[in-house]
Design a protein around this ligand. Structure first.
Ligand SMILES: [Zn+2]
Length: 299
């Protein structure tokens, strides 16, 4: 079985990431981190999947069109980065429609992908996503933090490890590595904050399984600018936003090198869904000896 890696980024500014529900001075931007990511991907000739917060899509219109023309994939990351579970279903749907339409108008074509802010989505709201999009990448194995939601994939089939399908809709699980009784996320802030030897060991453990690798990043992780201080910000919040920022570019590149060494092929979600996933389906139907299991998740 081929090994696939998707490099994804949630395109949001610093205030979306850490202060979505607080009024802060938005005059400074850390979206330069998006350019840093694009430069690294260009250097490696990798195409990534980028989920954009709708309210900044017009501001970034020229950049998004260039990214789209260069083969990167653009998806949706809500309108103003509020976690779906914090909104009534009808308001969530309204914001999702608005965000999708805005991004599609900027690009001049439909988009298929979605990821929930902070992966904070539940089954009820996930059904709305299934109505509007072709795929989602918000599913994650249970987390201890209250901010993450829980999606029950009723009616989905596990087509390949961490890839689930129901009709024409595909769910891509965000990668985690089980450590003790915790499913630790292999992305963004965790790569930045945790000690590098531990991240390296954990990533190697995961890659040895050959499962699809889905990494998520944020512009704030790679930006070279200082994060603005916010009045009343707790010391805990301040430390969590600052730890490891200086070495993040190096770490991000090192993770890509590890994927290359392990023979992973880099694809966008849409490529994995449209082309490679079809191959996986055919393999699972035609070759029972292959290491692909069709597992019914309805029970
Ligand atoms: Zn986000």
């Amino acid at each position: 079985m081929k090994k696939y890696a998707v490099i994804s980024m949630d395109v949001e500014d610093w205030y979306h990431t850490y202060f979505p529900e607080k009024q802060v001075d938005r005059s400074q931007s850390l979206l330069d981190g998006l350019d840093v990511a694009l430069d690294i991907l260009k250097e490696k000739d990798i195409k990534g999947s980028f989920f954009v917060v709708g309210e900044i899509a017009e501001k970034l219109s020229e950049k998004l069109r260039t990214m789209d023309n260069n083969g990167h994939e653009i998806g949706c990351h809500n309108w103003e980065h509020l976690r779906p579970v914090t909104m009534p279903v009808d308001k969530f749907k309204e914001q999702l429609v608005k965000s999708k339409k805005t991004i599609e108008e900027v690009l001049g074509h439909n988009i298929e992908g979605y990821r929930a802010p902070s992966l904070g989505i539940d089954t009820e709201r996930h059904k709305v996503v299934q109505e509007l999009f072709g795929y989602d990448s918000s599913y994650v194995k249970p987390q201890k933090s209250h901010k993450y939601g829980t999606i029950k994939l009723d009616g989905f089939t596990e087509l390949a490890p961490c890839i689930y399908k129901k009709g024409n809709f595909t769910e891509f699980e965000v990668s985690t590595q089980r450590i003790g009784n915790i499913n630790l996320l292999l992305g963004g802030g965790y790569i930045r904050m945790l000690p590098w030897p531990f991240i390296k060991w954990m990533t190697r453990q995961y890659l040895a399984s050959g499962r699809p690798y889905v990494i998520y990043m944020h512009p704030i992780d790679l930006s070279s600018k200082a994060i603005p201080r916010v009045e009343g910000e707790s010391l805990d919040r301040y430390l969590r936003t600052h730890i490891g920022r200086k070495s993040m570019v190096k770490r991000f590149k090192a993770v890509i090198s590890m994927l290359e060494e392990q023979g992973y092929e880099f694809v966008t979600f849409e490529e994995l869904r449209n082309k490679e996933l079809t191959d996986l389906e055919e393999q699972s139907v035609c070759g029972s000896q292959r290491h692909i299991v069709l597992k019914d998740l309805t029970t």
